[in-house]
Design a protein around this ligand. Sequence first.
Ligand SMILES: NC(=O)C1=CN([C@@H]2O[C@H](COP(=O)(O)OP(=O)(O)OC[C@H]3O[C@@H](n4cnc5c(N)ncnc54)[C@H](O)[C@@H]3O)[C@@H](O)[C@H]2O)C=CC1
Ligand SMILES: O=C(O)CCC(=O)C(=O)O
Length: 446
Amino acid sequence: MEASLEKLREEVLHRNPGETEFHQAVTEVLEALEPVVDRHPEYVEHGILRRMCEPERQIIFRVPWVDDSGEVQINRGFRVEFNSALGPYKGGLRFHPSVYLGIIKFLGFEQVYKNALTGMPIGGGKGGSDFNPAGRSDGEVMRFCQSFMTELYRHIGEYTDVPAGDVGVGAREIGYLFGQYKRLTNRFEAGVLTGKGLTWGGSLVRTEATGYGAVMFANSMLGTKGESMDGQKVLISGSGNVAIYAAAKAQSLGATVVTASDSSGYVVDEDGLDLDLLKQIKEVERGRISEYAQRRGGRSRYVEGGSVWDVPGTVAIPSATQNELDDAAARTLIKNGVKAVSEGANMPSTQKATELFLDAGILFGPGKAANAGGVATSALEMQQNASRDSWTFDYTHDRLEAIMADVHDRCMATADEYGAPGNYVVGANIAGFLKVADAMIAQGIV
Ligand SMILES: NC(=O)C1=CN([C@@H]2O[C@H](COP(=O)(O)OP(=O)(O)OC[C@H]3O[C@@H](n4cnc5c(N)ncnc54)[C@H](O)[C@@H]3O)[C@@H](O)[C@H]2O)C=CC1
Ligand SMILES: O=C(O)CCC(=O)C(=O)O
């Protein structure tokens, strides 16, 4: 790495001890920015890179609540408002026991570049809690969400910071969070959260958008080689919001999706996933993936533990969590003939896995580009809220499709321009960076 970038990387590691995911995300971006620094020393002179590695604001708070047995529970809440050069902070909330500051900072950092790439007027942020919704009753989830919002509400607003869902935060949680925000502020401020219910300010296509977008991105990448999703054998990890709708879009484009997983194991279904069954188990019953094989029968099977990436396939869409696809998995995928990897999750491939894909000439769509469809559609939801309008499914879907095509083309053109043709990691990071950096220069040292 170039000396000024290496110095900055060391400074970030030193200032943020123990935050390994944040270190990883920063390292990837700094490596990709090497050709920019050579060409544009003014970004170093203005301290842009250093400022972009330091969140504008980090909020950490206590979230006390009472469980069903009357016991007081304490969780920790976070909101990292990373960068507002392009618009209000925007990004999801994650409720998962693994959450700590380093995870929220990596997600917030990624969000800045991703949101810039969408072309929409949104800055970047992320939040969440170490609360584990698994096994909690609706009443417990509601009381937790109400307590979480009782602190968060003073930091957010449609022109300030607009949270949404992420792992463990879906329509149910957004409903409880919105209800409490409305109660505390006495305002029906629809644009303060996205991912809302369709009858109270939500947007059609937002539920499907991240998974759909990741498949659209894969389709565009394959298009550069004269191929498409049609006829591909697709491996998907996870079985949550992103995984389910990535599978749905892939199937609608003529692919066969043969895997899904959760933290206990994975299923393989050579006949293609039955998505109605998967949705019933995961979205309605909130059950385990093992039940899928039990109920589906036929050629489906459940594998306890193990890795979904052991299954042969031509397109991989990792859609569960960070660092779920390591170098061993990447080698297996390459050996088995994978052609394209489109990251539905945030940073699901380790740095080594990413390098292996790039070195092998695999089409590789990094999360900040490939999964940008979710936040882009959140921005469309904000647009509808601002104009008190609601658009049709088809119109919103067309907007998403146009945005994803543009993200793809911009990554490709930028990679070409900076001497790394076909490298979407370089393209995504540089294209996102330039937009934010120019806005920051225009706005002065703030
Ligand atoms: N929901 C959204 O709009 C967006 C989500 N993402 C990213 O996509 C990923 C998935 O998020 P969602 O689907 O929204 O969450 P979700 O809560 O709906 O689903 C998460 C899924 O991942 C599985 N999972 C978690 N840890 C796992 C592990 N260690 N091994 C295997 N499976 C595991 C869970 O069982 C669950 O099926 C995350 O990285 C998230 O940050 C990215 C962009 C937008
Ligand atoms: O829709 C949003 O605001 C956030 C989506 C998100 O959390 C992400 O892109 O990782």
